[in-house]
Design a binder for this molecule. Structure first.
Ligand SMILES: Nc1ncnc2c1ncn2[C@@H]1O[C@H](COP(=O)(O)OP(=O)(O)OP(=O)(O)O)[C@@H](O)[C@H]1O
Ligand SMILES: [Mg+2]
Length: 293
């Protein structure tokens, strides 16, 4: 989603071939993969190549982070790609190729990359406020200061600071726990946010609310987001760039840019241009499900 004005005459959520805003020439791409292959259990009878020769660049754009959605059949290597960027084993290191962040080879996880998973990862023995403040605590921020900031983020993700801050994760719904996980990641203002099917387990109405929330917060923190989903309308609403992967061993088959939506997630599916984009992508994915690619 791009906060800049749309080109005249092009409807929101149409597919375009180039970004509607310029890349910064003075800095390296924020994330880059060059010929990345990952073979699990290499040299054993269980050897399996999950991704092959994945190459892409996500440029640093002036004052806006890109929102990159990754779509593809189950098992095509989407999570493998995300965890390689995060520097998490056993996906990291790659078997071949380079994973670069801000012009440097990834060597390990780092505070510049925040991760949000599908299963609402919270610390069960910490209250909401202590969950949200966790990263600041690790950075050595004083208790009063980090709690004040955590309270602000609790409100920003739509929880009630008075009622919810002292609750424990088991006292929250799935949607609320995912809000906590998002606050815990964004409070650190990572330049890259990696999200692996974060809304996969939510009901449709909660999911639309979370999509609107994420779109608004992402605009505020201006991070680059990599977002995995199996939900095509979600990808078209949130993404300003989409990668479609092939069947395993996964590689990027299609890549394009999408103009920003101009209304809430709940209302976009009524727009013909939005539906055209969604249906075009579903046709590609349907072909992949039938084993083509
Ligand atoms: N640690 C591992 N050891 C061996 N094989 C693995 C490992 N992690 C993933 N794989 C295999 O690599 C392939 C890609 O896995 P990955 O989790 O990246 O797929 P995905 O696209 O995220 O799938 P889904 O959409 O189902 O989440 C799968 O066949 C999986 O079984
Ligand atoms: Mg996955």
């Amino acid at each position: 989603m791009c906060p800049l004005p749309l080109p005249p005459g092009v409807p929101a959520c149409s597919i375009i071939d180039a970004p509607p805003y310029p890349a910064r020439a003075d800095v390296p791409p924020i994330v880059e993969m060059n010929g990345v292959t990952k073979t699990y259990a290499a040299g054993t009878p269980r050897e399996f190549t999950a991704i092959r020769d994945v190459t892409f660049k996500v440029e640093d754009l002036a004052n806006v982070g890109q929102f990159v959605c990754i779509l593809g059949p189950s098992g095509c290597g989407k999570s493998t790609i995300l965890r390689l960027i995060a520097g998490l084993s056993p996906q990291f290191p790659p078997t071949a190729g380079e994973v670069m962040v801000n012009g440097h080879q990834v060597a390990a996880p780092g505070p510049d990359r925040g991760m949000v998973f599908q299963d609402y990862t919270c610390f069960d023995n910490r209250t909401v406020v202590d969950n949200v403040a966790f990263g600041l605590e690790c950075r050595g921020v004083q208790k009063k200061e980090r709690r004040a900031e955590a309270m602000e983020w609790i409100a920003k993700v739509g929880l009630n600071p008075q009622k919810d801050a002292r609750k424990y994760p088991h006292q929250l719904s799935g949607g609320m726990r995912q809000r906590v996980a998002i606050a815990r990641s964004l409070i650190l203002k990572p330049s890259i946010i990696l999200m692996d099917e974060p809304f996969g387990a939510l009901d449709p109405a909660t999911r639309h609310n979370m999509q609107d929330l994420l779109a608004a917060l992402w605009r505020e923190v201006q991070s680059t987001v990599f977002f995995i989903t199996h939900d095509v309308p979600e990808a078209v609403f949130l993404g300003d760039r989409i990668f479609i992967m092939s069947n395993a061993p996964g590689t990027i088959l299609h890549r394009f840019f999408i103009l920003a939506p101009d209304r809430p997630a709940r209302l976009m599916p009524r727009e013909p241009a939005f539906l055209d984009t969604v249906n075009g992508i579903r046709d590609i994915l349907g072909g992949l499900a039938e084993g083509k690619g």
